[in-house]
Design a protein around this ligand. Structure first.
Ligand SMILES: NC(=O)c1ccc[n+]([C@@H]2O[C@H](COP(=O)([O-])OP(=O)(O)OC[C@H]3O[C@@H](n4cnc5c(N)ncnc54)[C@H](O)[C@@H]3O)[C@@H](O)[C@H]2O)c1
Length: 535
């Protein structure tokens, strides 16, 4: 199986847009951006082309202050300065939001309207988000620090695609007629589950919104969404558009606030019928416990990862290095599925390390609003400190620091793209989720060995495989205990492709048809048949 060129590997959906956004004049190697673009990071931050309009909670179709009157600052990761003060929801606000969602579900028109009507509202919502693409993208970049071109050309279009995909499902959800043993008419009804509590992280604020809100709406549920405290702004903006599109009051409620207060109250609430969470494995455990201790609501979890990216001995090293670079550094390395253990066959190892380091050195890092930037700042001071701590531990444990290893500039949360070679499986940088721009390269000798090592982790979210040999690809795709295997591609995230983890990377699947079952109940209805003409 000949490995196609990266341009064709990255030829669809997410990857294709990334490729056209980031591989133009700045493509590596040989691009025109200076190493780490230090100057750009140190410049005065570019003024975002948007203003913040919504900072209150969105409950029952209205923007309202928190009951406590409290607010918290949301910060610009480029500087650590305040963008806006946002209403801080806690248990009392969650109670009000759940009551609104309950009423909308138990008495309101949303689950009672035809699926076609619901579909049209979700489609109108997608149109409105598309129309406001640039403002929404600017808000996302300002709050999160990801490159504006990534927000505007990849993530908001993907949000729109996801909403259209789930709008398409709304009128295709139906049960079955079941042939039971006896004179019985048996059918299953696929019913909306009720009030969905959803808790999302800060790394992809809008995409995580789409993955959760899209299927929940398509199935006719109402929602209380708790956004991440680092990135509350874009969800408020788009939820306003959802109301403009015609969603009835109380169906979509957004509560900004912190995990141990607002988040925990949502998980424990007896009026919530289902929970969906994306974030760390540690918090996932807490959420499961809160659900179990309250009303045993079902929980889907999308948690951490330490995904292997396996470069086989037959790989074209230029292409492999480029794809492995993308697999790790995309989104400042803040991806749950980042290819954060780069296993390279000993035959191509030295050449690979050289090329991987060259790519990292040429990566353009700076103000995410500046055209051509591939990498912005990390999300916040905590993550910044955590990543620098892992880099220190990598050096101390004896890995070879090939490039990077330090902050970039004196302001904000920029970190130099960092590459370690000679990494051993027992080092913390090879075992724990760094969630930053730090590539760890490990050497292996044969396929059985790399399968064993790749699977020797508590995580099981994703894996990348780079090979030209179809037998090798077939062996690895089955042997790897992960929810997604990308072969000669990575981070391909079309709306139709299910995503989720094995082991401690979570349970349940999001996206695609699979995610509908997270938001449906199955009811069996049995009726005796008198004198049936047939069974
Ligand atoms: N899998 C992912 O996509 C993902 C996303 C973000 C962070 N992470 C990992 O998690 C680490 C820590 O990041 P973090 O602190 O933002 O993650 P986190 O899991 O603590 O936060 C994610 C979401 O959960 C909420 N939350 C936190 N504690 C809660 C609680 N007790 N009850 C209910 N909700 C709660 C947060 O407010 C946020 O909305 C990162 O370094 C990274 O390794 C993974």
């Amino acid at each position: 199986m000949a490995a196609p060129r990266i341009s064709s590997l990255l030829s669809r959906s997410f990857s294709s847009r990334i490729s056209s956004v980031f591989r133009g004049k700045n493509s590596v190697p040989g691009g025109g951006i200076c190493r780490f673009s230090t100057a750009a990071a140190l410049d005065e931050p570019i003024k975002p082309p948007v203003s913040v309009e919504h900072t209150q909670l969105l409950i029952n179709g209205q923007f309202v202050d928190a009951v406590s009157g409290k607010t918290f600052p949301t910060l610009d990761p480029r500087t650590g300065e305040v963008i806006a003060h946002v209403a801080e929801g806690d248990a009392e606000d969650i109670n009000i939001a759940v009551a609104a969602a309950r009423k909308a579900f138990d008495e309101g028109p949303w689950p009672r309207m035809t699926a076609y009507e619901r579909q049209r509202i979700i489609l109108r919502f997608a149109d409105l988000v598309e129309k406001h693409n640039d403002e929404i993208a600017a808000l996302e970049t300002w709050d999160n620090g990801k490159p504006y071109e990534q927000s505007a050309k990849i993530e908001i279009p993907m949000f729109v695609r996801l909403m259209r995909y789930y709008a398409g499902w709304a009128d295709k959800i139906h049960g079955m007629t079941v042939p039971a043993d006896g004179p019985l008419h048996v059918q299953t009804l696929h019913e909306p589950i009720g009030v969905a509590g959803q808790i999302i992280p800060w790394n992809f604020p809008l995409l995580m919104y789409a993955w959760k809100v899209g299927p929940a709406l398509a199935c006719g549920n109402s929602i209380v969404l708790k956004t991440a405290e680092q990135t509350p702004l874009s969800a408020l903006y788009v939820s306003k558009l959802l109301h403009e599109a015609g969603v009835p009051s109380g169906v979509m409620n957004v509560v900004s606030g912190f995990g141990p207060t607002a988040g925990a109250a949502l998980c424990s609430h007896m009026g919530v019928d289902k929970l969906a969470f994306t974030g760390s494995t540690e918090t996932g455990k807490v959420i499961l416990e809160l659900a179990a201790k309250s009303n045993l609501k079902p929980v889907t979890l999308e948690l951490g990862g330490k995904s292997p990216f396996i470069v086989c001995e037959d790989a074209d090293v230029d292409q492999a290095a480029e794809l492995a670079h993308f697999a790790l550094f995309f989104n400042q390395g803040q991806c749950c599925c980042a290819g954060s253990r780069t296993y390279v066959h000993e035959k191509v190892y030295d050449e690979f390390v050289e090329k991987a380091s060259a790519l990292a050195m040429k990566r353009s890092v700076g103000d995410p609003f500046k055209e051509g930037m591939q990498q912005g700042p990390q999300i916040d001071q905590d993550q910044f400190n955590k990543i620098l701590g892992y880099i220190k531990s990598g050096v101390e444990s004896g890995a070879n620091l090939e490039t990077g290893g330090d902050r970039l500039g004196g302001k904000g949360y920029y970190i130099k793209p960092t590459v370690f070679s000679g990494v051993q499986d027992n080092m913390a940088i090879a075992k724990e989720e760094i969630f930053g721009p730090v590539q760890s390269i490990l050497k292996y000798k044969d396929l059985d060995e790399v399968i064993r090592r790749a699977n020797n982790t508590r995580f099981g979210l994703a894996a990348g495989v780079f090979t030209q040999n179809i037998d090798t690809a077939n062996t690895l795709m089955r042997a790897l205990r992960v929810g997604t295997v990308w072969i000669n591609c990575f981070d391909t995230f079309d709306a139709a492709i299910p995503f989720g983890g094995y082991k401690m990377s979570g349970n349940g699947r999001e996206k695609g048809e699979y995610s509908l079952k997270n938001y449906l109940q199955v009811k069996a209805v049995v009726t005796p048949l008198k004198n049936p003409a047939w069974l």
